[in-house]
Design a binder for this molecule. Structure first.
Ligand SMILES: [Zn+2]
Length: 293
C-alpha cells in the first residue's frame, strides 16, 4: 500500500480572478483548525499575489502553464509568472496538492486528478460518491506537466462553475469547502490504514483536444459564437450533425462534423477566448482502478 501522505498543500489564486479559491484560502488561513488533521502537515498558498493585487488573472502570462521542468530550469525567463513559478517550485515540497479553481463554464463540481496514480483515482472515485454532481476529468498528459499541481505526485485540481471572473458565490464556496473537507478526511483515513469505500470503476472524461472559434482567415478575427443549443451544456454529448457554432455575421449555423461522439467541457470559458479556444473535447471513459499502488 502507498506510504502515508505526510504533507498537503492547499493552493488558491493560481488564477487570482477565480475568487472562490482565493477566499477559501483566506478563510483557512484565519481558521487553520479547519484544515488541520493529526496525520499530516499542511501549508496554504496564494499562488500569484502580484496578480491578485491587481485584481487580474496574471501579470504577464498564465502562471498555470509555467511548471514544465524545462521552463523551471530556465533562469533566462523573466516574466512575473515564470519567476513566481520558480519560487513556488523551490519551496513547495508537499506530497499532495489541492489547487482551487473556478470556471465561467457550467461544469458543476469537476475534479481534475493530477495524474492517473491509483491513489488519485481512488480519491476521485470516492468524491463522486459524496455528491452525484461531482465529475472527474483528465487533462492532456503533456499539458498536465505544465500545471502547478504537477509539483506533487498526488492531488487534484478542483473546478467549480459557472461563475464569472472576479465574482463571488456562497453556493460554490460551500461546495468547494465540502470537497476539501472530505479530501482531507480521506487522506487522514488513508494514513490511519483505512480505505474509505469507493467504486473500483471510475467514469471520467479524458480531454483529447480543444476546438477554436471559427475565424476570418484574412485577419484572424472571430466570426462565430458558441451555438445557443450548446451554451452552458458542458459534458453533454455532441453527435455528428449537431449545431456547435453560430456565425453572427451571416446567421449561419456551423455543425459538428466528426463521427466521434465527444463531451465538450470548458464550453465558452472566458479566459480561453484570448487564446481563441471555444471548448475542450473529452471522451467519456471508464477506468478500472488497480488495487495496488
Ligand atoms: Zn483557473
Amino acid at each position: 500500500m502507498l506510504k502515508q501522505i505526510d504533507s498537503v498543500c492547499l493552493v488558491g489564486g493560481t488564477h487570482p480572478n477565480e475568487l472562490v479559491g482565493v477566499k477559501m484560502i483566506c478563510k483557512y488561513k484565519k481558521y487553520p483548525e479547519l484544515v488541520q488533521r493529526d496525520s499530516f502537515k499542511y501549508e496554504m498558498l496564494l499562488a500569484n499575489p502580484a496578480a491578485l493585487e491587481l485584481g487580474r488573472r496574471y501579470v504577464d502570462e498564465d502562471l498555470n502553464r509555467q511548471f514544465l521542468k524545462s521552463l523551471l530550469t530556465n533562469s533566462e525567463l523573466t516574466t512575473s509568472e515564470s519567476v513566481r513559478a520558480r519560487e513556488i517550485a523551490a519551496h513547495l515540497k508537499s506530497d499532495l496538492i489541492i489547487d482551487l479553481h473556478s470556471t465561467t463554464a457550467n461544469m458543476g463540481l469537476t475534479i481534475l486528478p493530477t495524474n492517473k496514480n491509483p491513489f488519485n483515482l481512488r480519491l476521485a472515485s470516492y468524491l463522486t460518491t459524496l455528491d452525484p454532481s461531482v465529475r472527474v476529468s483528465f487533462g492532456v498528459e503533456s499539458q498536465d506537466a505544465s500545471r502547478l499541481r504537477s509539483l506533487a505526485p498526488f492531488g487534484l485540481g478542483i473546478e467549480v462553475g459557472p461563475i464569472a471572473q472576479n465574482a463571488l458565490s456562497a453556493d460554490l464556496f460551500k461546495k468547494t469547502d465540502f470537497l476539501i473537507q472530505n479530501i482531507l478526511d480521506y487522506i487522514q483515513a488513508h494514513n490511519e490504514g483505512q480505505m474509505l469505500p469507493a467504486p473500483s470503476r471510475l467514469t471520467a472524461y479524458q480531454t483529447l483536444f480543444s476546438i477554436d472559434y471559427p475565424k476570418n482567415p484574412s485577419d484572424g478575427s472571430l466570426i462565430a459564437m458558441i451555438h445557443p443549443d450548446r451554451n452552458f451544456q458542458d459534458f453533454k454529448p455532441i453527435y455528428q450533425g449537431e449545431p456547435i457554432f453560430w456565425n453572427f455575421f451571416t446567421g449561419e449555423t456551423i455543425f459538428y462534423e466528426d463521427k466521434t461522439t465527444l463531451h465538450p467541457i470548458f464550453v465558452g470559458e472566458v479566459s480561453y477566448i484570448e487564446k481563441g479556444i471555444a471548448m475542450s473535447m473529452t471522451e467519456k471513459v471508464t477506468i478500472d482502478i488497480p488495487n495496488e499502488d
